[in-house]
Every structure is written in C-alpha cells, then in structure tokens.
Design a binder for this molecule. Structure first.
Ligand code: NAP
Length: 242
C-alpha cells in the first residue's frame, strides 16, 4: 500500500464528482477519476492536473462487470485504494411519477445508482481492506429519505414524485446499512451522503447549491477520523433521517 492516500471517485468527470476529486486532491491525495467516456475523463484529469491535483485516469462504467474489474486491477497497480466515493448517478429519465413511468426508467436508475454501487464496492473491497484508514462514501440524496418522502413529513416533505430516482436512493441507503453491519468489526467506515439540491447536469442546473458546496459532505465523510461514524446518512447540517 502506498504511503499517500489514494481515492477513487466514480462519475468524477463533472458536477459534484469532479469537485470531490478536486477537494481530495487539494489535500495532497492521489485521485482516480472514474468515468466512462474517454474524452470527458481525459478533460477532467487534465483540468485537475493543471490545478495541481495528482489525478489519474480510471476508465469506469459502473454498469459493466469487465470495466469495474479492470478498474480494480488498475488501482491495485497504482498502489491500492484508501477511499471509495460512489458518486456516479443518474435520474433514469423522465417522466417517473406514479401512473406515468416506463419500467425501463426505474431499471436504469436502479442499475446505476444501486447495482453499480454494489458492483464497484465489491470489486474494491479487497483493496480497501488493505488500507490503514479505509472509507466508503455512497452519494445518496435527501429524496432517498423515506422519512422526508412520507406524507407525515408535512412541510419537510422533499423532492418531486418519483418511482425511479428517489426509491433507488432509498435502496442505496439500505445497501449502505447492510455494508456497515457487515464491516462493523473492520476499520472500514461507510456512510451515505446528501449533497443538497446542487446545480448540475442532473437537474438541468436548477439546483441552488454550487458543485463545491455539494461536494463538501462527501469530502468530510471521506476524511473521517478512525473513530468517526459508520452506517450513517449525513448532509452539511448533520444527520439525515432514513
Ligand atoms: P452529474 O453532473 O450528472 O454527474 C453524474 C456523474 O455520474 C457523471 O460523471 C456521469 O458520467 C456519471 N455516470 C452516470 N452513469 C455512469 C456510469 N454508468 N458509469 C460511470 N459513471 C456514470 O450529476 P451530479 O449532480 O454531479 O450527481 C452526482 C451524484 O450526486 C449522483 O449520485 C446524484 O444522484 C447525487 N445527487 C445530486 C443532487 C443534485 O442536486 N445535483 C442531489 C442529490 C444527490 P457521464 O458524464 O459519462 O454521464
């Protein structure tokens, strides 16, 4: 294992993922830019490197077994892995409200936002187990909070009606809890993050937070001290109810 911390950020070519990579890079970490499109990935790596970040290419499509296996091999050769940020995500497409949704939309959201995270996490766990201070951050969303989605949330009810994106993030939260239980007797801390409503491609830049602001909670969870929390769901303001 290398002495410098090494992180992999999935979906790091733009938006919140790019800013997570920039933030971890600013701490002096080596950062693998996980992205599926070669040109977009190369452009992000070049921009990060121009800003002084020790960024490197990690070709990665989270929906593709061979791609994820190759990424794990690449990281092993690069010196290992200390932090995995499962940031890549999609809405799955529109419309997606009950009564007006194509099941393919649901499938796409789950394929990337849930199964993609499980696939990448399983592939990277052997590397993370060798790290002195391994961390996993799953980029969830406040709309994945069943508490905030339910009618009883009243004025705190959040997000548009959705049977694809929001439930996929609820399942990601459930998956995070399962990994936290399984890894409870290890030094791996795993948490879910909510970046807040952030202006990116995902919402046609309607978000009210900057990508840097959206990245902050993931950076905080990626850099937790050894006695930090695990199996939690956090936003900048603190704990998000499941
Ligand atoms: P974004 O700008 O659309 O970025 C999404 C990233 O995921 C892109 O880099 C995209 O790559 C990548 N991606 C999608 N499918 C992939 C796949 N199969 N394999 C690898 N990478 C893939 O959106 P964002 O807002 O930064 O979203 C980042 C995360 O934050 C997502 O998980 C999202 O659900 C979550 N989030 C966002 C908000 C918000 O308000 N923006 C709120 C809550 C949670 P391409 O360029 O190749 O498409």
């Amino acid at each position: 294992m290398s002495e410098r911390r090494i992180a992999l950020v999935t979906g790091a070519n733009k938006g919140i993922g790019y800013e997570i990579a920039a933030g971890l890079g600013a701490l002096g970490w080596r950062v693998g830019v996980g992205a599926r499109d070669e040109q977009r990935r190369a452009a992000a790596v070049a921009k990060l490197r121009a800003d002084g970040v020790d960024a490197f290419d990690v070709p990665l499509d989270v929906t593709d077994d061979a791609s994820v296996t190759a990424a794990a091999r690449l990281l092993a050769e690069a010196g290992g892995l200390d932090v995995l940020v499962n940031n890549a995500g999609v809405t799955g497409g529109m419309p997606q409200q009950p009564g007006d949704v194509d099941v393919a939309t649901v499938r796409t959201a789950v394929e990337v936002n849930v199964i993609g995270v499980v696939r990448v996490t399983e592939a990277m766990l052997p590397l993370l187990r060798r790290s002195a201070a391994p961390r996993i951050v799953n980029m969830s969303s406040g709309v994945g909070s069943l508490t905030r989605q339910s009618a009883s949330a009243g004025e705190h009810q959040t997000g548009p009606l959705s049977v694809a994106y929001a439930p996929s993030k609820s399942m990601l939260n459930a998956v995070t809890i399962q990994y936290a239980r399984a890894l409870g007797d290890t030094n791996i801390l795993i948490n879910a993050a909510c970046p807040g409503f952030t202006a990116t491609d995902l919402n046609a830049f309607r978000g009210v937070r900057t990508p840097q602001q959206g990245a902050a909670i993931a950076i905080r969870l990626a850099t937790l001290p050894d006695d930090g929390p695990t199996g939690g769901f956090f936003e900048d303001a603190g704990v998000v109810p499941w």
